[in-house]
Ligand binder design. Structure first.
Ligand SMILES: Cc1cc2nc3c(=O)[nH]c(=O)nc-3n(C[C@H](O)[C@H](O)[C@H](O)COP(=O)(O)OP(=O)(O)OC[C@H]3O[C@@H](n4cnc5c(N)ncnc54)[C@H](O)[C@@H]3O)c2cc1C
Length: 289
């Protein structure tokens, strides 16, 4: 089944994300994580794709486990910057053979010291979207950035390129993490005005430690509001307190989004099933109301 068909149902959808292990040794642990998350009845579980492309077989394996063993919809991420066009085509065919119907089409970060593109690579995600479309009847998701993509200082250009990407055949968008919902509401207004009508899944990252916050900021360049920084100042050095506060902050963001009519939420659960379960428990009545 395609994710877009589920998103079109008039109900609240919650999805989660896991990432593959860096080495094959960790695969069983990640599979066990997906088993736990599947018990929360998510709309889908997404599996990220290692930046260097080296863990691609594990992305496919985990996505296949989610779909074929757990019978939950899976979304396999696929990046194109670090692989040749033929390698990317090979991954798409493999996903097709495994019965995976949903792909998140991404450019990925440009590998350092690479003259990019080198002629044999897709340059932008919109080119990858077109390539996936040529390989079969996939449901295709793509990324968007409420605070703008770090490489593009002009937000209006970013939205123009986003529209171009969606028009190539994107069924839904997932946002980069953000910690101030007003930024998301403002972004939604601007992209709707630009004619982008596909569902947008806000990406919520529960920050459960000070080091995770630092990493998230480096990766996404996101702005942390004063309210979040106070939490970090006060509880950052106490792991259990920070975890509880981070889950509460993410829960609060989600409740505000749902209260404002958002129907689909994607949670960057980061291989922490207990965090995913705590959030679902916090909103158990809300999502059925
Ligand atoms: C939801 C989500 C999931 C992610 N999952 C992963 C993952 O699994 N693995 C991973 O390695 N990374 C992942 N990333 C990170 C992502 O790969 C990086 O942010 C990457 O730098 C951009 O990817 P993109 O698909 O958004 O690129 P694109 O949509 O191609 O955009 C990249 C940049 O190019 C600009 N641009 C686009 N089209 C044009 C054009 N025609 N002319 C000029 N400029 C243009 C855009 O404005 C932007 O600045 C994820 C990000 C998000 C938000």
């Amino acid at each position: 089944m395609k994710i877009i068909d589920r998103l079109n149902e008039d109900r609240i959808h919650i999805s989660f994300e896991v990432f593959p292990p860096k080495t094959d040794d960790g695969i069983e642990r990640v599979l066990a994580t997906t088993d736990e998350i599947a018990k929360l009845d998510p709309t889908f579980i997404s599996v990220t794709y290692g930046a260097g492309g080296g863990t691609s077989k594990n992305t496919a394996r985990i996505a296949s486990h989610i779909k074929n063993d757990l019978h939950v919809l899976s979304l396999a991420h696929l990046t194109c910057a670090s692989s040749t066009k033929d390698e990317v085509r090979g991954v798409i065919e493999n996903l097709k053979n495994l019965g995976i119907e949903n792909i998140l089409a991404l450019r990925g970060d440009i590998p350092p010291n690479m003259a990019f593109p080198d002629g044999d690579r897709f340059r932008y995600a919109w080119e990858l979207v077109g390539e996936i479309r040529r390989h079969g009847n996939f449901c295709i998701g793509a990324a968007c950035y409420p605070e703008g993509h770090v490489e593009n200082e002009h937000k209006a250009d970013d939205i123009r390129y986003l529209k171009q990407k969606v028009d190539c055949g994107v069924d839904f968008l997932t946002t980069q993490m953000f910690f101030d919902n007003d930024i998301h509401y403002n972004f939604l207004y601007r992209i709707r005005e630009a004619g982008i009508t596909v569902p947008v899944l806000p990406g919520i990252m529960p920050i459960t430690s000070a080091s995770q916050m630092k990493r998230s900021q480096e990766l996404s360049g996101t702005v942390f509001p004063r309210r979040f920084l106070s939490i970090l100042d006060r509880f950052g050095s106490s792991p259990e307190a920070m975890k509880q506060a981070g889950i509460a902050y993410a829960t609060d963001q989600i409740i505000d989004l749902l209260a404002n009519g958002v129907k689909n939420i994607h949670i960057y659960s980061m291989n922490k099933p207990e965090v995913a379960a705590a959030i679902i428990s916090n909103i158990s009545e809300i999502i059925t109301c």
